[in-house]
Write a protein that binds this ligand. Structure first.
Ligand code: OOG
Ligand code: NI
Length: 406
C-alpha cells in the first residue's frame, strides 16, 4: 500500500467515525453532494476548479494539540499518509485572537492532491504567551500535557517507518489506519470538571485542548462548488448556520481563495468527574459542521489586493476596484496562479485563511476571555515550529509557483 492509498483509507475511516459521532455531519455531506451535482449540471465550466468526484470526496479535518512534542507526533504520524506541514498561521494576531499557532498537513504535489487531497488543519496551544497564560497556569497546563500521551509510541514509530519506505505491506495497512483513526476519537473518559472549568474561564480553546487527556477531530469539512447554495439548502432544512460566510464575498468574477461557513457546535454528552470522585453526565459544545468552497490561489500581489479589498466597509460592493472580472486578466496582472500546461485552468487554493480560521474558532465559542494586551514576546514562528517538530514547513507560495505559469 502506497502512502496515498493509506491517506485515502485514513480520510474515509475518519469520515465514518465522525459521522457516527456527529450525525449532523452526515447531513452536511449529503447536502454538499446534492449541491455539487446540481451545480455541475448547471455550470459546465465548474469542474475547472476540480472534478465533481474529487470535490465531492474532498475533506479537511481540524485537530488541536497542546505542545510542540505532541505536534511532532502528529507530523510523524501524518508523514505516513504523505501529508506534510504547509504554512504557519498565527491566530493570536487575528482580529479576534485565539491562543494557538497552526499549520496544515496536506499532500504537496499535484499528482498526490489529485489522488486524494485530504488535509488536516492542526493547532498548537500557545502556552508560552503570557498574554493568555500567567506563569502559574502555564506551568500547570504544561505539567498536565507532559503527563498525557495522545499517540501510542509504536504507532508513531510505525508511521516513521512507513514514511521512510513510502508505504507498507497490505496486511499491515488496515491495522495501522485503524490505530491512527482511533487516536482521534472522542474519549469517553470522564473529564475533571474543576480543571476543565478553570481552563474554560481563561479560554474555551485552552479547555478543549488541555482540559482532557486526548485529542479529537474537531470538525471534518466537505467541499462544495457553491457555498451560497449550500448555506440556503441547510437553512431550508432548519439548520442554523453562522451569520456570515467567512472569507471573500460572493462575486461574479473569478472566485478566489476560500469561503467557509459552519453550523454551530452541538451539545454532545460527556462524562465529568467532580472533586469528590463522583461521575456525572453533562454536555459540551465543541464540535461543529463546517463546509467550504475553494477558488483560485492568489499570488503575494493578489493577496495584498485581497487584504485591501477585505478592509473596505462593504467588500462585495467595491470588489471590482481591486480585482478584474475574468481569469485572463487575473493571470495577466499577476494576481492569481494558473496552470503552466493549461493557462486557462486556475490553480486551486489548497490552504487556509487565518482570519477565517479565527472567525470559525470564535463563532463556536460560547464566550472567550480576551487576552491581556502587550507585545508578542514569544518565539513562535514558522521556523520555530519547523525546528521543534523536525520537519520542513513548506511555503504555500513556493508550492503554487511550481505548477503555475509566470
Ligand atoms: C480550526 C479552525 C480553522 C479552518 O477551516 O479554517 C479551520 C479549529 O477549529 O481547530 O479548520
Ligand atoms: Ni476547518
Amino acid at each position: 500500500m502506497e502512502t496515498w492509498q493509506l491517506r485515502a483509507q485514513f480520510a474515509a475511516a475518519l469520515s465514518r467515525m465522525y459521522g457516527a459521532e456527529v450525525p449532523a455531519y452526515d447531513t452536511l455531506v449529503a447536502v454538499s453532494a446534492e449541491v455539487n451535482a446540481d451545480h455541475v449540471q448547471r455550470h459546465p465550466q465548474a469542474e475547472r476548479l476540480g472534478s465533481l468526484a474529487r470535490v465531492t470526496a474532498e475533506r479537511h479535518g481540524a485537530i488541536r494539540v497542546g505542545s510542540a512534542e505532541e505536534l511532532t507526533d502528529v507530523a510523524d504520524l501524518f508523514s505516513a499518509f504523505g501529508m506534510y506541514p504547509v504554512g504557519f498561521y498565527d491566530l493570536r494576531t487575528a482580529a479576534s485572537p485565539v491562543p494557538v499557532v497552526s499549520t496544515a498537513f496536506r499532500p504537496i504535489d499535484p499528482d498526490e492532491l489529485a489522488r486524494n487531497p485530504f488535509r488536516v488543519f492542526t493547532s498548537m496551544l500557545a502556552t508560552a504567551d503570557p498574554r493568555f497564560f500567567n506563569p502559574d497556569l502555564r506551568s500547570r497546563v504544561e505539567t498536565f500535557l507532559s503527563r498525557r500521551r495522545l499517540f501510542a509510541p509504536d504507532l508513531i514509530s510505525t508511521a516513521r517507518r512507513i514514511a521512510a519506505e513510502g508505504g507498507c505491506p497490505t496486511d499491515e495497512a488496515a491495522g495501522f489506519v485503524a490505530a491512527a483513526v482511533a487516536s482521534f476519537a472522542l474519549s469517553g473518559e470522564p473529564i475533571d470538571r474543576g480543571w476543565y472549568e478553570e481552563l474554560s474561564a481563561v479560554s474555551a480553546v485552552a479547555a478543549d485542548i488541555a482540559g482532557v487527556r486526548s485529542t479529537h477531530i474537531n470538525h471534518l469539512t466537505p467541499r462544495v462548488l457553491d457555498i451560497d447554495a449550500l448555506q440556503q439548502a441547510m437553512t431550508d432544512r432548519g439548520i442554523t448556520m453562522i451569520d456570515a460566510i467567512q472569507g471573500p464575498p460572493a462575486v461574479a468574477g473569478p472566485k478566489v481563495l476560500l469561503r467557509q461557513t459552519s453550523f454551530r457546535a452541538l451539545a454532545e454528552p460527556r462524562r465529568f468527574r467532580d472533586a469528590d470522585g463522583s461521575v456525572s453526565e453533562g454536555t459540551l459544545r465543541v464540535r461543529f459542521g463546517e463546509v467550504e468552497q475553494r477558488g483560485v490561489a492568489l499570488t503575494p500581489l493578489g493577496r495584498e489586493r485581497y487584504d485591501a479589498a477585505m478592509a473596505e466597509s462593504d467588500p462585495a460592493a467595491t470588489w471590482h476596484r481591486h480585482f478584474p472580472a475574468d481569469d485572463a486578466q487575473m493571470c495577466a496582472d499577476g494576481l492569481a496562479y494558473y496552470h503552466r500546461d493549461d493557462p486557462t485552468r486556475p490553480v486551486v487554493y489548497e490552504d487556509f485563511l487565518p482570519a477565517s480560521a479565527a472567525g470559525i474558532f470564535r463563532s463556536n465559542l460560547d464566550r472567550d476571555t480576551p487576552a491581556t494586551g502587550g507585545p508578542d514576546e514569544t518565539q513562535y514562528s514558522r521556523q520555530w515550529m519547523a525546528d521543534r517538530i523536525g520537519h520542513h514547513i513548506h511555503d504555500p507560495y513556493e508550492l503554487y509557483e511550481k505548477v503555475a505559469c509566470s
